[in-house]
Write a protein that binds this ligand. Structure first.
Ligand SMILES: [Zn+2]
Length: 374
């Protein structure tokens, strides 16, 4: 049977007005118009988002920060940091973004297999008491707590494949072994966190897994990392629900990242996540090339909706969106960071040592962590 996939969306998300900014309402409009053009909405179950209430936002954020965001917006808007503009409507839209994740969770705990939250503002950089990097409230972190508090799910896995490290999500669960945070990101890069040695503390030690990569890693590298690291960890951790912090800015055409993923690559990654997950709630984070963003979301949804690889029975609801590009599954053996020399200049000596190959980074993650790897 093909999988039942939900889609969270509301035109209200367009009202978070950031002006002339990479993170604009044009992103959602581009995705939605491609979904309509390819006639795939009929395969998805529409989920109407609700607004989170303030107590729910306090699962992750301090009351004083919530109040601060509210006041800036009520005063007509402003900036949470130099990258993060807010308009008069942004506070309410951010409540609807987090609440949209809650609505998705309610349905996925019910009869849906997965859901994609087509929401903004994004969330994974938002810290307990500070908005940053285009993020107001941490949608995925809030979703993880909601799943635990409201649905009594015990263990949550968060996969963050946005090209930027999700410093806010890492902070939220740094001491917590019930939420496993696994991030693949360009490093060093904004926001500066996500070193391979950042693994959590106290009871949470080992439950933060960072896979920092040099620029220009492609589909094969990411597939290698999911197969070698995420899959064995997910099998051992046995999460009750999996969240994806689904940024699409590791695409090779993205203006804010230096990575080399293709649109089809996101579909391949999604299929791999499905193999080791019971229920999936995927939430839009970054992705700033409007064309590749739309295409990547399509292949992501296509894989979420398709029948699992190797299963019997009739063909699933594969959308057959565009001619399948051949994905090179072989990880590249040596990575020479050509495009981002200036970024590499800030790397520590330690990082230079590991940056000579993705396979070596994978090996180092296995040495640092005590999960059972093959
Ligand atoms: Zn990003």
């Amino acid at each position: 049977m093909p999988s039942k996939v939900g889609l969270v969306y509301s035109d209200e998300y367009l009202k978070h007005d950031t002006g002339n900014h990479s993170e604009s309402s044009k992103r959602l409009e581009a995705i939605l118009s491609l979904l309509k053009e390819k006639n795939v909405l009929k395969y998805l179950t529409f989920i109407k988002p609700r607004k989170a209430d303030l107590r729910e936002i306090e699962y992750i954020h301090s009351p004083s920060y919530i109040q601060e965001v509210r006041e800036i917006c009520q005063g007509g808007g402003g900036f949470l940091d130099s990258d993060t503009p807010v308009s008069s409507e942004s506070f309410e839209v951010a409540l609807l973004a987090a609440g949209g994740v809650f609505s998705a969770i309610d349905r996925v705990v019910g009869n849906l297999d997965s859901a994609f939250c087509l929401i903004r503002p994004p969330g994974h950089h938002a810290l307990k008491s500070q908005g940053m990097g285009f993020c107001l409230f941490n949608n995925v972190a809030l979703g993880a707590r909601y799943a635990q508090n409201k649905h009594h799910l015990k263990k949550v896995l968060i996969l963050d494949w946005d090209v930027h490290h999700g410093n806010g999500t890492q902070e939220a669960f740094w001491h917590d072994p019930s939420v496993l945070y696994f991030s693949i990101h360009q490093y060093p890069h904004y926001p500066g966190t996500g070193d391979i040695k950042e693994i959590g503390e106290g009871e949470g030690r080992g439950y933060t897994v960072n896979v920092p990569l040099p620029p220009e890693c492609g589909d094969g590298d990411y597939i290698h990392i999911l197969k070698e690291l995420l899959s064995p960890i997910a099998k051992e951790f046995k999460a009750d629900i999996t969240f994806i912090s689904a940024g699409f800015d590791a695409h090779r055409d993205d203006p804010l990242g230096g990575m080399g993923l293709t649109s089809q690559g996101y579909g391949a990654l999604t299929s791999l996540v499905k193999e080791s997950s019971k229920k999936i709630v995927s939430c839009l984070e970054g992705g700033y090339n409007l064309k590749s963003l739309g295409e990547s979301v399509l292949t992501h949804l296509d894989s979420l909706a398709s029948r699992p690889e190797g299963s019997r029975g009739p063909r699933g609801r594969e959308f057959n969106l565009f001619p399948k590009e051949r994905i090179n599954e072989e990880p590249i053996k040596d990575v020479s960071p050509v495009r981002s020399k200036s970024l590499m200049a800030t790397a520590s000596d330690k990082y230079r040592r590991t940056s000579n190959g993705v396979k070596e980074i994978v090996k180092e993650v296995k040495e640092i962590h005590s999960w059972s790897f093959k």
